[in-house]
Design a binder for this molecule. Sequence first.
Ligand SMILES: [Zn+2]
Length: 364
Amino acid sequence: MSKGGKIICIVLALLLAAAGSFAFYERNQAEDLAAELADARASAEAAENAASEEAARLEEEIGALKAQVDELSAKLADAYIAPRVTFSSHEALQGDIIAVRAEMNSAEGLPEIETELGKAVFIEDPAGGSVPEIGTGTEAQSAIYTAYVPVWYAQNPGNYSIKVKIGDREYTDSVTVKARKFGEQHMTMSAATASATIGASNANEDYNQKVTPTYSTAEPVRYWEGTFIQPVSGRITTEFGLYRYTDYTDGSSRRVTRHTGVDISAVTGTPVPASNAGKVVYAGDVIMTGGTIVVDHGGGLKSYYFHLSSVDCAIGDIVEKGQIIGKVGSTGYSTGAHLHVEFKIGSYSLSPWALWDGTSDIYK
Ligand SMILES: [Zn+2]
């Protein structure tokens, strides 16, 4: 072989080797790429799986949060319209009135009240109304109901419970009754007047037929407005609640009695205005109490006017505060011209003074 031929052979050999190694290199790279591609595919698939798992988890989390939001808004709405029951006072003197208020959604219906102090009923307070419901932009049908609870002048001091029922909810609280100081009076009464009035055989039956039924009724609306007025001015001859010892002109005497109203001395014919607006539930002559008027001011809070010489209204009349309903006299069991005025809830006589001076709990 010539030198040139050798060189050619070497070059050819080198070229062949290079080509072989190149082909080897290409094959390796393809395998690497395929592996890389497989890895990438696997990663993509894993990522996809992870993403869909994460999406499902987030969706679940969103669902739970939405449920929580719903539950909280329901609770908020419920809390907003949940009734609020308040007592004007947790302490009262004998003869006071306790006002129990229920601020609530009127859709729940009239609340009920049960007390150890006496019968009371809820009536709607004209001051009540609708209030905006948080977040909804609508008005909740909110109303205020008030019940007047009597604290009888002779109620034993102690704790008494008051229970309010609104729908299926119950609120119970107690009030403490404290003793009021009452005076005493000694008086002499005509035996003839006594036997013609409280001593008459049909006096009790007559009273029970005409006046006693008013103890168990209650007007379902509130008529009264503003402070009650003392119907006539004059000397107070017998105070509310005092212990009265009566001797009769024939030498007999009566066991001690309690005076359930206030006696105001005034001349016969003095006009008697209604202490506040209300509905006349009795008007007429009664053997024991003479010319008699009973006005329900709403919720069973009533004023009684006795011994009138003239009754100038009729049962069923709606009277205004200050409207003349009768005239002072000395009819029935009476020693002289005066007005006996009394306030009751149920059969329980209450102090007129807090109603007249504006300090009664009914104004709270
Ligand atoms: Zn009297």
